[in-house]
Ligand binder design. Structure first.
Ligand code: UDP
Length: 245
């Protein structure tokens, strides 16, 4: 499937169902496959960071995490079938994990968050095989121990909520050693599953205003969210850029 270019980042043209289907197919072989849910912040970061561009380029699947990317594609005369919010994708993959007997491993969040997220997953999906839950605040010196703990758990699906783009860099660097056929960065999903953070109300999500809710809850995100107007400006510049005939 041809990727849809949005300011230099290629997105797979899939909606939520399509993304789940692709990942089910990816999980059939040992991989390892990296799946990235990329929003406008990541697109803007990738413009300045060649290593991140390369990670996105080599990822098995890159989905549009948010209305901004879908809007950008449309402005550029391209089309993406819809947004694929990381937290929704992760939730749907847990349904598949239960149905297909996948082993799941969670890494991320403050101490206790991954454990609480795992406990709630087991309540919500009785019978799900969550093998390990590991905290996400560790330095490079701890990488070998964390990688070994994941590999020993032999997960089919690794969900890493280490903040983006740290989680994508970390997963890419250790992908071959982690032993998981599919690894995905899930941002703040584990905080929500653990009950430590809330998602925006449904109406705001439907209107594509999740970013606004997060800004109200965490005003410290303002700097990061300046990526949104910069993204819009870059899309319009790209749209009106004279092209060779
Ligand atoms: N996080 C982590 N280790 C770090 C930095 C962040 O485990 O070194 C966790 C943080 O506790 C939160 C998650 O990463 O659970 C998402 O962070 P952020 O809000 O920055 O990510 P986003 O959802 O925007 O990708």
């Amino acid at each position: 499937m041809n990727r849809v270019d949005v300011l230099g980042v290629g997105f797979d043209p899939v909606d939520l169902d399509g993304a789940v289907g692709s990942i089910v197919a990816l999980a059939r072989d040992p991989g390892p496959h990296l799946v990235v849910t990329a929003n406008v912040e990541m697109v803007m970061q990738a413009r300045l960071a060649p290593d991140l561009r390369e990670i996105l380029h080599r990822a098995a699947l890159v989905v549009a995490d948010g209305v901004g990317v879908v809007w950008g594609a449309r402005q550029l005369g391209r089309s993406l079938p819809g947004r694929v919010p990381g937290i929704d994708l992760a939730g749907r993959l847990c349904d598949e994990a239960l149905r297909r007997g996948w082993r799941v491993c969670l890494v991320g969040g403050a101490p206790g968050v991954a454990d609480a997220a795992a406990a709630n997953l087991r309540l919500r999906h009785p019978g799900i095989d969550v093998r390990r839950a590991l905290p996400g605040y560790f330095g490079p010196e701890d990488d070998p121990a964390v990688v070994r703990a994941v590999r020993d758990a032999a997960p089919t699906l690794l969900l890493a909520g280490l903040g983006s783009p740290r989680q994508e860099r970390w997963l890419h660097r250790h992908l071959a050693s982690l032993g998981a056929p599919v690894a995905i960065g899930v941002g703040g999903t584990l905080d929500v599953w653990a009950g430590r953070a809330r998602r925006a109300p449904r109406i705001m999500r439907t209107l594509g205003l999740e970013w606004c809710y997060r800004l109200i809850r965490q005003p410290g995100r303002l700097g990061r969210q300046m990526a949104i107007p910069r993204f819009m400006a870059a899309v319009w510049l790209d749209r009106w850029r004279p092209r060779p005939r």
